[in-house]
Design a protein around this ligand. Structure first.
Ligand code: SDX
Length: 428
């Protein structure tokens, strides 16, 4: 709370509202009494100027291109940490001591298997089903198997459900990939790292041992860290809204997966690589830049622009460096990376993109790395969902524990028909 206020003059009187300040970032105007005072609603489609909650998990300064997780800069975490440590940090608020990290990793590892009957869910899908469609289905179905961790009023059950979701997402995701290529499902191996286990579940086969490439494992760790959480983005807000009704955590995460799938959000990594492939060569870039600028053309540069970042997305910087390193270390030359880097250079010097402050976001380079590792484009958003489950679960837990939270129920500006009487069909 501050002693500062915001005043509003309206035809029905003058009103004053308190300003609340956080530890860093913009103050907020506390308008919870606004409708009761004024009989009016505020109007903010897309919530461009609305803070939906208090949170201590992630801070973004879009103008400076700053991203902090519990105060730690994303580039330091990507460089020095690992995904289990970042998961602990997001969930519990501080970097773990070695013993805490070991216990957390041990717990997550022992929740990576899924109920054997879940495998039958996959057989109900067509082999060419999009893996995000499968993930929406099977993650929601988890609530039919883990009744002992769906009571959201019990902190212990919330913690077990959180561990189960973080642990089982890679297993379910790998099963979706295996099903699409007609290969048998593998079982997790507890001696592997979280990321190593996922790589083996995805690319391993029962016929021979799978050797984890340390370059690939480190790149995947970094990609998971870069995607772990991102303040109140669309899918996190979906998870919070679903959770605000008391829905069980498995259903809430399934809702987040559904929202993430959209091409304006997590689906952009798949769309960005498809776009770069369609452009194909550097000489075709001007044609697509022109289309992106054409108001009459719905085409947008996928992987470019962001609601919050009006500067370079700090994750994109790390992702580009990782893409260059991984392709070099794996001795892969992918013309798509050349197209991406040239497209970025041209766009960043173009008046339209400069004026609208459009920069590459987290999705612009990730597909180059994922493609080099061997994932099909349809799996890209699934990988985003694996990582973001950590953020969704942390934000869900924070919401449930927040005494100020209540069921989310926005209002509207009604522009439909005013009251009128029913007309029998013969008189219409
Ligand atoms: C993610 O919220 C998060 O934090 C999300 C995320 C996370 O980690 O959770 O960071 C992950 O979703 C990243 C964003 C991935 N999406 C894309 O890359 C899709 C392409 N980008 C756009 O669709 C767009 O930039 C959004 C959706 C990301 C942001 O859209 P906004 O904030 O609603 O901005 P807008 O659509 O109002 O655009 C502002 C202007 C518009 O022009 P005008 O109408 O003002 O003339 O910029 C233009 C847009 O036409 N514009 C683009 C553009 N993005 C915006 N023009 C061309 N290409 C683009 N990519």
């Amino acid at each position: 709370m501050t002693d500062k206020t915001a005043s509003l003059k309206t035809t029905s009187g003058d009103f004053t509202y308190p300003l609340l300040n956080g530890s860093v970032g913009p103050d907020v105007v506390d308008i919870r009494k606004f409708y009761g005072d004024t009989g009016m609603f505020t109007y903010d489609p897309g919530f461009t100027s609305t803070a939906s909650c208090q949170s201590a998990i992630t801070y973004i300064d879009g103008d400076q291109g700053i991203l902090l997780h519990r105060g730690f800069p994303i580039d330091q975490l990507a460089e020095k940490s690992n995904f289990m440590e970042v998961a602990y940090l997001l969930l519990h608020g501080d970097l773990p001591k070695q013993k805490e990290l070991d216990e957390f990793s041990y717990t997550i590892t022992r929740h990576t298997m899924v109920h054997e009957q879940l495998a039958t869910f996959y057989r109900g899908f067509r082999r060419d089903a999009h893996p995000m469609a499968i993930m929406c289905g099977v993650v929601g179905a988890l609530s039919a198997f883990y009744h002992d961790s769906t009571d959201i009023t019990d902190p212990q059950q919330r913690l077990i459900a959180s561990h189960r979701l973080i642990a089982k997402m890679p297993t379910l995701a790998a099963m979706a990939f295996k099903y699409s290529v007609g290969q048998p499902f593998l079982y997790p191996q507890n001696g592997l790292s979280y990321t190593g286990n996922f790589l083996r579940l995805t690319f391993g086969v029962p016929a021979e041992p799978y050797e984890i490439n340390p370059i690939v494992e480190k790149a995947m760790e970094r990609i998971f860290i870069l995607h772990a959480d991102h303040e109140q983005n669309a899918s996190t807000s979906t998870v919070r809204l679903a959770g605000s009704s008391g829905a069980n955590p498995f259903a809430c995460i399934a809702a987040g997966i559904a929202c993430l799938w959209g091409p304006a959000h997590g689906g952009a990594n798949e769309a960005a690589l498809n776009m770069l492939r369609e452009i194909g060569t550097v000489k075709r870039i001007p044609e697509y830049i022109a289309r992106a600028k054409d108001k009459n053309d719905p085409f947008r540069l996928m992987g470019f622009g962001h609601r919050v970042y009006k500067n370079y997305d700090p994750r994109a910087k790390v992702m580009q460096a990782t893409a260059q390193a991984v392709l070099k270390e794996l001795n892969i030359s992918d013309p798509v990376l050349d197209v991406a880097q040239e497209l970025e250079q041209i766009a960043l010097h173009d008046e339209y993109f400069i004026e609208k402050k459009l920069y590459p976001n987290v999705d612009f380079y990730s597909g180059v790395i994922l493609n080099a590792i061997g994932f099909p484009t349809e799996m890209f958003t699934v990988l985003f969902a694996i990582a973001r489950t950590v953020g969704w679960v942390a934000q869900w837990n924070e919401m449930i524990s927040d005494p100020e939270q209540k069921i989310g129920r926005p209002r509207q500006l009604y522009v439909g028909a005013t009251q009128r009487d029913y007309v029998p069909v013969k008189e219409r």
